[in-house]
Design a protein. Structure first.
Length: 274
C-alpha cells in the first residue's frame, strides 16, 4: 500500500510522534493506523493516541441537556476552516441542530439528519444548502445521547471539546458537572475496566509485554510486568479510577461516594476536534 504524506501527517497529529517515525510505522503496518500506533508504542514512543475521541477537522462540538436533567446529547458539526467555525451564523446553525437533537432525542446520526430543521427542510438538506452558501463542506459527523438519573452537559470554552455525563441518582447536578469537566479534561476511555473492550485490554498486555522484553526482562517476568502496566492503564484511563482533578487525593468514585453513598457514573460521552 502506498503511504501518502497525508497519511503520515494524520498519524502524526493523532499520536504526536515524529514524521519519520510515523512514516516507518505506516510502512511496516502496510497502512493500518491502529497497527501503526502499536508499532510506535512498542518502540517506546510515548503516543498520545485519542482512543476515546472521534477526531475531525474544524467546526463545533456542542452538548445540551433537557429541562428535566435526565437526558443529554452531544453533536459535532463540521466545516473546513476555523474561520467559518468562528462565524456567528455557523454557531447559530450548529446550536439549532443541537436543539433539535435534545428536543427529539433521535436514536442515531441518520435519524438526527432526517429531522425537520424548522423551515420544511430536513437537517440533511440544510447541510447541503449551507455547503453551497458557505462554500465549504458542512456536515454533522457525530452524535450521541444518554439518559440517567442526573445528566450534565459541559461545553469547554471555544466549543472544541464537550462532554455529557450520567449519574445513577437524581438531584446530583453539581457532582455531575464536576465529573463532566473531568471527562473533558482527562479523556477517559471507559467508565471502569469492566467496560473496556477485551481487544483493547489484549493490546495493552501485548504492548506491555513487548516493552518489558525489549528492556531485557525474561518472558515470565515480562508477563507480570505487563499485568502491572495494565493496572496502571486502568487507573489512568478509566473514569472512576482516575484521580479527581479538583482533589488528587481521591478518585472519582471516592468523590462520588462522598457526595452520596453508592452514587456512580452510568455512562459518559466525549468528543473533541483536533
Amino acid at each position: 500500500m502506498a503511504i501518502t504524506a497525508a497519511d503520515v501527517n494524520r498519524l502524526r497529529k493523532q499520536t504526536g510522534a515524529g514524521m519519520m517515525d510515523c512514516k516507518k510505522a505506516l510502512v511496516e503496518s502496510d497502512g493500518d493506523f491502529e497497527a501503526a500506533i502499536d508499532i510506535l508504542r512498542k518502540k517506546g514512543q510515548k503516543v498520545a493516541a485519542k482512543r476515546a475521541d472521534r477526531d475531525a477537522s474544524e467546526g463545533l462540538v456542542i452538548a445540551k441537556s433537557s429541562g428535566n436533567g435526565k437526558n443529554a446529547v452531544i453533536v459535532v458539526v463540521n466545516c473546513e476552516t476555523d474561520f467559518v467555525a468562528k462565524n456567528e451564523d455557523f454557531t447559530n446553525f450548529a446550536n439549532t441542530i443541537a436543539d433539535k437533537a435534545i428536543d427529539n432525542l433521535p436514536t442515531s446520526l441518520d435519524e438526527l439528519k432526517s429531522l425537520d430543521y424548522g423551515d420544511g427542510n430536513s437537517i440533511a438538506d440544510k447541510l447541503t444548502e449551507q455547503t453551497g452558501v458557505i462554500g465549504e463542506k458542512i456536515d454533522v459527523s457525530a452524535y450521541e445521547k444518554l439518559e440517567a438519573g442526573t445528566v450534565f452537559a459541559y461545553n469547554h470554552p471555544g466549543n472544541k471539546v464537550a462532554s455529557v455525563v450520567g449519574l445513577s441518582e437524581e438531584g446530583q447536578s453539581d457532582a455531575a458537572k464536576d465529573v463532566a469537566m473531568q471527562v473533558a479534561a482527562m479523556a477517559p476511555i471507559a467508565v471502569n475496566e469492566d467496560s473496556i473492550p477485551q481487544d483493547v485490554i489484549q493490546r495493552e498486555l501485548e504492548v506491555g509485554k513487548e516493552l518489558a522484553i525489549q528492556e531485557g526482562k525474561p518472558a515470565e517476568m515480562a508477563e507480570k510486568i505487563a499485568q502491572g502496566r495494565l493496572k496502571k492503564f486502568f487507573k489512568e484511563s478509566t473514569l472512576l479510577h482516575q484521580q479527581y482533578i479538583k482533589d488528587n487525593k481521591m478518585t472519582i468514585q471516592q468523590f462520588l461516594d462522598a457526595e452520596q453513598k453508592g452514587l456512580t457514573v452510568t455512562d459518559f460521552k466525549r468528543f473533541s476536534l483536533s
